[in-house]
Design a protein around this ligand. Structure first.
Ligand code: GDP
Length: 704
């Protein structure tokens, strides 16, 4: 013996990790026989253990692929179900129960299934063998079983008794061999009986002479011959075997003889398959190598290296991002947020003030309490607008948006889970810093709520930005106006605007008249209030809900009372256009003033509020950004790459790394091919060694 069976079983298990073509199938011993012929008893006798489910009700419904592994040094024998991952099973009653469960999993309507159960038994008492147990042939089916059961069983057995397998045809000696289903099936696929062993069970039930006849008379000749067994121990069994041996010393009887014959036969079959097998592995390996070269240019890759690359790419992109996400960028984001606030504040406090023109015209306006008060109001509206929270939130939002971009492309499109984890890591760090940052920023801008001093240089910068702001707002209003003009038409728009202004003037007159009536003749009406309202109704931004607009409410609801075509919706548009046109007038006058000499120095702050607010906003921005950096960003930039390493890299088990890499289909294919190559390579090495040894043995035999 060369231990060939054992070594090839090893190779087979190695090759199991990869899908292999038919040529790589190893021979097994396939056990067939009629129901109750003693098939299970023979198998158990070979193994030396009771482990098969017994009973009359079709207990074997699936093929059982049984691998016996001779393990001389093992103290306790054990079984394994590789498909189930139960680990070592030392209790053979448990093995039996598991087999019962696996067999009863086949639906009653089907009765048999061709999906095999794999079982391995490791023991010092078993030979190295691979056996397949199959459902027993039946003559008739009972009424609960499918009609075609007989054919189904036959078809299943037919599939297994093909080359290169050895057929173990089990026949009861007390039944006429002419009626043996097993022999009939084997003769169909192996007419010369070159790979069939006949097993005659229950030899104790017939006369020794008849037994000798059956075993040697070659009524149905088999090249490998017949073995007679008694699947019972005890004196009766020994007596009948002894009687046969005495009559014909050449007759093969007993389980030990059967075992030896099986081992030798399988070993020979394995030996004759060895070259075919080695060639097949060579070919598969050559094919795998070729593919690896063509598809991947032999570039080696492992799950680990892939993960490392992915994590590096995050860190690189992150580094690039931290460079791009520098202070100037953050500052400009915070500043533009505050700029919006300035527009809102100026809109409410200044640009709709009826006395706005005074700022540019009246020299005394600088010290007028009206304007001094307004400046304090505007400035505190800006500083108290929750700059800490809004600016921090702004930076955080922008940060998270960038982080999402960071993991949006390759290779993370393949790893949605990891992508989520990366964002979660970022989010955790940010969340842990958010509140302290907000508080810090609020604390440090507190002084600006009371007093802001602007230097000449700061003032000059602020002036430039105020000019920009006014120009931008003029452009916005111009755009809005032009858009409305384009939809309504210039003439219609102008007509509607005059109509609305007419309504407003009439309204002002009626107000003045009723005021005059209230006061009576005692006080003469002031000239100004008699002709125009203090603040134009059209000057305020029209509310979303146009039905609440005070100007539009002056329009008669009755359509007949309006010029024709003046619908609610077109009047609402005209009203918006009127607002923008008035707004532009105010803004142009402010722009002119801000650019003028009068606004050139910080002491003009009361009359140049836009510049002053720009100056305040710059200080707020500078301070906020500085503390957002200190409290949040520096910390984040430092911590994030470390957390990525820690939690998404070092923390992973080998299996998790493999799963990660395989999420990427392209990488999975490459890894699978590389693994296939490795497996085939290992198998090839072992097979080549075996082939060499076989040749050596053959050479020595020739020399003898
Ligand atoms: P299977 O249905 O082909 O698996 O057959 P079993 O192994 O379950 O055996 C069927 C019956 O025959 C059982 O009652 C066994 O005890 C009995 N039997 C099996 N082998 C022998 C034997 O060598 N001698 C005797 N006398 N009975 C046997």
């Amino acid at each position: 013996f060369m231990d060939l069976t054992r070594k090839l079983i090893e190779v087979r298990n190695i090759l199991k990790a990869v899908k292999i073509s038919g040529n790589l199938v190893l021979p097994s011993i396939v056990v067939i026989g009629s129901q109750s012929s003693g098939k299970s008893s023979v198998l158990e006798a070979i193994v030396g253990r009771e482990f098969l489910p017994k009973g009359n009700n079709m207990v074997t419904r699936r093929p059982l692929e049984l691998t016996l592994i001779h393990s001389p040094d093992l103290a306790t024998e054990y079984a394994e179900f590789p498909q189930l991952g139960l680990g070592k099973v030392t209790n053979f009653r448990h093995v039996m129960q598991t087999l019962v469960d696996l067999n009863s999993a086949v639906p009653a309507a089907d009765c048999v299934s061709d999906s095999p159960i794999e079982l391995r038994i490791y023991s010092p008492n078993v030979p190295d063998l691979t056996l397949v147990d199959l459902p027993g042939y039946i003559q008739i089916h009972n009424k609960n079983q499918p009609r075609d059961l007989k054919d189904k069983i036959a078809a299943l057995c037919e599939k297994y008794i093909q080359e290169p397998n050895v057929i173990l045809a089990v026949c009861a000696a007390d039944v006429d061999l002419a009626n043996s289903d097993a022999l009939r099936a084997s003769r169909r696929v192996d007419p010369l009986g070159l790979r069939t062993i006949g097993v005659l069970t229950k030899i104790d039930l017939i006369q020794p002479d008849a037994a000798v006849n059956l075993l040697t008379a070659n009524e149905y000749p088999l090249h490998l011959g017949y073995v007679g067994v008694v699947n019972r121990s005890g004196s009766a069994a020994d007596k009948s075997l002894g009687a046969i041996a005495k009559r014909d010393p050449l007759a093969i009887v007993g389980v030990p003889a059967l075992r030896t014959l099986l081992m030798r036969t399988l070993e020979e079959r394995m030996g004759s398959r060895l070259t075919t097998l080695a060639d097949a592995v060579d070919q598969e390996l050559a094919e795998a190598n070729y593919q690896f070269k063509v598809l991947y240019n032999d570039r080696r890759i492992s799950a680990e290296s892939y993960l490392a690359e992915a994590m590096d790419s995050i860190k690189h992109r992150f580094k690039d991002f931290t460079r791009a996400f520098g202070k100037p960028q953050v500052r400009s984001e915070v500043r533009s947020m505050l700029e919006d606030r300035i527009v809102e504040i100026c809109e409410g406090v200044y640009w709709t003030d009826a006395r706005l023109a005074e700022l540019a015209k009246d020299a005394k306006a600088k010290d007028d309490p009206h304007w001094v008060h307004k400046l304090a109001l505007a400035s505190s509206a800006l500083t108290k607008s929750g700059v800490g929270r809004t600016s921090t939130q702004l930076v955080v939002d922008s940060l998270m948006a960038h982080m999402e971009k960071l993991v949006a492309g390759e290779p993370f499109v393949h790893h949605p889970d990891t992508r989520r984890k990366v964002l979660q890591l970022a989010n955790e760090i940010i969340r842990s810093k958010f509140h302290t940052t907000v508080d810090q920023v609020e604390n440090t801008i507190k002084p600006y709520k009371f007093e802001v001093e602007c230097t000449d240089m700061e003032w000059a910068e602020a002036t430039k930005r105020a000019v920009g702001l006014l120009e931008r707002e003029i452009a916005n209003s111009q755009k809005a106006y032009d858009a409305i003009k384009a939809t309504l038409g210039r003439r219609t728009l102008n007509g509607m605007i005059s109509y609305l202004q007419g309504l407003e003037t009439e309204y002002a007159k009626s107000l003045a008249a009723s005021a005059a009536a209230d006061v009576g003749a005692l006080a003469p009406p002031s000239g100004a209030s008699a002709t125009a309202p203090t603040v134009s109704l059209a000057q305020n931004k029209p509310p979303e809900d146009t039905s609440r607009d005070p100007l539009l409410r002056l329009v008669p609801t009755d359509l007949d009372a309006r010029p024709s075509g003046y619908t609610d919706s077109s009047l609402a548009k005209a009203r918006a256009a009127l607002y923008h046109s008035l707004r532009m007038q105010s803004l142009y006058s402010r722009l002119y003033h801000v650019k003028s000499r009068a606004c050139r120095t910080p002491d003009a702050q009361t009359i140049c509020p836009e510049v002053f607010l720009e100056c305040v906003s710059e200080k707020l921005t500078y301070t906020a950004v500085m503390f957002i950096y200190i409290e949040l960003l520096n910390e984040f930039f430092f911590q994030f790459p470390r957390d990525v390493d820690e939690r998404l890299y070092y923390d992973l088990s080998k299996q998790q790394i493999g799963e990660f890499a395989r999420e990427n289909v392209g990488i999975r294919r490459q890894l699978d091919l590389a693994e296939r190559k490795a497996v085939l390579d290992l198998a090839q090495g072992k097979l080549r060694a075996l082939v060499r040894r076989q040749e050596e043995v053959a050479r020595r035999k020739r020399m003898e």
